[in-house]
Design a protein around this ligand. Structure first.
Ligand SMILES: *[C@@H]1O[C@H](CO)[C@@H](O)[C@H](O)[C@H]1NC(C)=O
Ligand SMILES: *[C@@H]1O[C@H](CO)[C@@H](O)[C@H](O)[C@H]1NC(C)=O
Ligand SMILES: *[C@@H]1O[C@H](CO)[C@@H](O)[C@H](O)[C@H]1NC(C)=O
Ligand SMILES: *[C@@H]1O[C@H](CO)[C@@H](O)[C@H](O)[C@H]1NC(C)=O
Ligand SMILES: *[C@@H]1O[C@H](CO)[C@@H](O)[C@H](O)[C@H]1NC(C)=O
Ligand SMILES: *[C@@H]1O[C@H](CO)[C@@H](O)[C@H](O)[C@H]1NC(C)=O
Ligand SMILES: *[C@@H]1O[C@H](CO)[C@@H](O)[C@H](O)[C@H]1NC(C)=O
Length: 237
């Protein structure tokens, strides 16, 4: 009878653990899907390609330019020319890439790109767009803008805190958080609504909140697995 009670739970737990493990493994090993897009032209000869080739520490994989650092693999450039992308598809494709410095987008079917299509990118040095599109953001967002028959080029994203001369409420400071976007973050030692609470963020209750269920789950797993092992041995005899 005992065996009947335990055995249905065991496969369920196993599959839960398995899915947890694979969800942990996926981000570290795999690149964003945009690096593997199939596009009409090769990456050779684009500004993103040249940037990547000119730094010995950078390497090209698929349509991405990568920097392997202690913190993991950073995507510094992406060449998405003639990949048949709409604005929405482009925006979704770069949603995991917040370190981009070079982006090439000519030859896609886009009407307009806006600053929020670029997520948390604060360090773009070179962005090339289909002709007749204007650079995202307002006046002053880019140090240089130019255009010809084949492309619009936006260079050197500027710090939006400086461009707009932002003054944040007391106990907070301005942080450049995206193309023509800012955030006011609390200064050290302040937290909460309008940064009015003083002291350190109450981290201890949060840690206990996570640890207790984890410990309980571990004990539960240990007991159920142990039981299973004992039963298996019992069966073999
Ligand atoms: C972004 O990363 C998450 C997990 O880190 C992954 O599930 C998702 O597919 C990624 N998105 C793209 C567009 O690569
Ligand atoms: C791209 O350039 C590299 C060297 O820069 C070369 O080896 C490769 O054959 C080129 N690929 C294409 C499709 O032109
Ligand atoms: C690549 O990463 C290394 C280590 O973090 C860093 O020193 C270097 O400046 C990066 N290269 C570029 C071109 O950003
Ligand atoms: C860009 O605009 C010009 C005139 O404003 C037009 O002649 C040209 O065909 C447009 N190019 C594209 C690719 O839409
Ligand atoms: C942006 O700058 C141009 C000229 O440099 C000016 O005519 C225009 O009014 C400005 N727009 C805004 C929103 O400040
Ligand atoms: C635009 O592209 C065409 C074809 O690649 C090329 O012949 C032409 O010189 C380019 N025009 C400019 C202004 O770069
Ligand atoms: C920026 O803002 C501060 C106060 O908010 C003001 O004193 C200063 O003149 C402004 N500077 C510019 C360049 O607008």
């Amino acid at each position: 009878m005992k065996g009947l009670l335990i055995s249905p739970t065991f496969p369920v737990l196993l599959s839960l653990i398995a899915s947890f493990v694979t969800s942990l493994e996926q981000p570290s090993g795999s690149l964003p899907s945009a690096c593997h897009f199939t596009c009409e032209t090769s990456m050779n000869g684009t500004a993103t390609f040249d940037f990547c080739e000119s730094h010995s520490t950078l390497k090209i994989v698929g349509r991405c330019c990568l920097n392997d650092t202690d913190l993991g693999t950073l995507v510094l450039g992406v060449d998405l020319q003639k990949c048949g992308l709409s604005e929405g598809q482009f925006s979704a494709a770069i949603s995991n890439m917040s370190n981009l410095m070079y982006i090439s987008l000519e030859g896609n079917n886009m009407k307009r790109l806006q600053n929020f299509d670029f997520h948390q990118n604060t360090n773009i040095e070179y962005l090339s767009l289909p002709p007749n599109l204007s650079c995202p953001g307002g006046n002053g967002t880019w140090l240089m803008e130019s255009s010809d028959a084949n492309s619009t080029i936006c260079q050197f994203e500027q710090n939006a805190c400086d461009v707009h001369n932002v003054s944040c409420p007391s106990n907070s400071h301005c942080v450049h958080s995206g193309v023509d976007m800012v955030e006011c973050l609390c200064n050290d030692g302040y937290y909460g609504y309008k940064c009015l609470e003083q002291g350190v963020f109450p981290i201890t209750p949060f840690l206990i909140g996570i640890t207790v269920p984890t410990v309980v789950l571990c004990i539960f797993l240990y007991v159920t697995q142990r039981r299973h092992v004992i039963q298996q041995r019992h069966k073999k005899k």
